[in-house]
Design a protein around this ligand. Sequence first.
Ligand code: IMP
Ligand code: MG
Length: 496
Amino acid sequence: MNYSFLGDAKTVAVVCNQWGDTGKGKIIDFLTPWADIVARGTGGANAGHTVCYGGKVFVSHLLPSSIFHDRDGKMSIIGSGVAFDPRQCIDELRIVHSGGCTSDHLRISRHSKLVLPQHILLDQLSGVQSGSDAIGTTGRGIGPAYADYYNRCSLFVGDLFHRDTFAKKLRLNLEEKIVRLRTYDRLLVKQICSQPRVGGEAYFHPESILDQETIVEEYTGSFANQLRDYVTDTREIMHSALGKKRILLEGAQGYLLSIDYGSYPYVTSSDCSIEGLAKGVGLSARNVDRTFGVVKAFYMTRVGKGAFPTEFGGSASDEHCARMNREKETEQYGGVTVNDPDPLRQGIAIRLQGDEYGATTGRPRRVGWLDLPLLRQSLRVNGNDIILTKLDVLDECDEIQICTAYRYAGEQFFFGRDTIKSGEIFQTVFPENSFLKSCEPIYQSFPGWLCPTNNAQTYGDLPSNMRAIIEFIERETGAVVRMVSVGPDREQTVIR
Ligand code: IMP
Ligand code: MG
């Protein structure tokens, strides 16, 4: 593999400029041979990363995918910004080891925030309680774990090794939560507790809801023993490596899901921009020499709830996805084509063609055309270098639409000094949900290229109709397309 396009960059980051699931995993895999260290800094087991290793498919949620290159001496780091679920990590390590891989170079920050049974419980209970208003989280406890951090009552990975501190902090952490947990239907609580990821009923206690003794016992006992050799101050490793070793920062989720920049409140609870990623491994974004923002094109996807202006079939698609799964959809819509005149069905065909089902939850991802107003937002923070992925999915599409602007179509909206009226046109807008849901896309249409692109080796090999759209996006947004992915394999990557 030729990495000369990276120049003399030492620290490189890959983030997603959309709602996640843009194929960062493949790009990370492509760049891993270049790197000495691969580090994660945001999110937790809500992420899903499909990796092929030795002919088998693994989905890693918490471990950096570089773990499969441990034998080559690659160091994999889980940074302080990660919401760390020890049970999940141990499960993933077991799978990694059973596949014949080692984990000698894994390092886990002692400052990572612990995800505990109460977090998973509260995450899932609030999903049930909010009904159709629910965010549609992955139910992995991410939101409640980060909330504790800001509420200054977190437990950290380092606490696993101090039984008394752990027990004391756990008691404080649970004080208010128990009161709240007691207000929920006891049977439902028991049911959620019985999931293996919460501890398989071992922690459930009919009176106190969670049996603190048992939690302390397992976390500071068996879990601590299995993780001890990996835990350290990873910020020290990062700072000593800076400028000397090749560091690759692996983003999770995407810019539009960032708690700080995304479509609030339909977001995750960490900052998935380059800022949050750098901070989450103990660095500053100014330490990063090159940041690549991954963009699925020329369609995009979203899992879970929240506004999605360019969604094929609009709210009907959202409802359709909420009650579908991969098997049912394949069976019922297998014959639908990507040129179906009905947008809902066209979206279904693209979802099937692109295999757009959540790696963590299996949920169908909602599908829409590429949205440049949103891309312009992510470039502001993640920078202009982008990577386009999954372009081959649209090889058979007659016509490609690109959303270039929005027309506001809601009621008059007052933001202090500014009033926004129906009919106003925006090139870009901060993507808060209450506003975004009333934005109608304005499209520019392009003829498709109608030929296979899987074998393209150079930018010049790409069909001219495809290149015309790529160059249009660059002119419209200021983005610079550095790489194009035309298939799942490492080789199917065109460097520009
Ligand atoms: P949470 O991160 O589980 O709290 O979920 C909050 C929102 O982020 C939901 O809409 C999830 O579907 C979405 N989300 C979280 N992680 C991912 C991911 O890795 N890919 C895509 N969407 C995600
Ligand atoms: Mg994913």
